[in-house]
Design a protein around this ligand. Sequence first.
Ligand SMILES: C[C@H](O)[C@H](O)[C@H]1CNC2=NC(N)=NC(=O)C2=N1
Length: 94
Amino acid sequence: MEITKIQIEELTKTNWKITDGKLHKLFNFKNYAEVINFTMKVFEIVEKHNHHPEIVVNYSKVEVSVNNHEEKNISDKCYLLAKDIDFINNIPSI
Ligand SMILES: C[C@H](O)[C@H](O)[C@H]1CNC2=NC(N)=NC(=O)C2=N1
């Protein structure tokens, strides 16, 4: 099922954006240790969701992008994954 406008509005409040047809968020951290800690937690929940985002890892930031591969759209699975990633990160990034 495709993501709803209400779900998009909700994710916008925690700085998720839609770029190139994907749900996208940049997470900032103090250092690489924090980056890896966060990324490992993301790997864990991704397997539970069976929905796999693109993850770009940098020294102090992690970029997460997700869409539905076949339909090339953003679905409720993307929404649920984004919510869970926010949950493990706890504090919304700028
Ligand atoms: C067969 C398998 O469940 C699907 O291909 C899943 C796996 N992980 C996925 N991850 C993402 N991001 N999009 C998908 O459409 C997708 N499809």
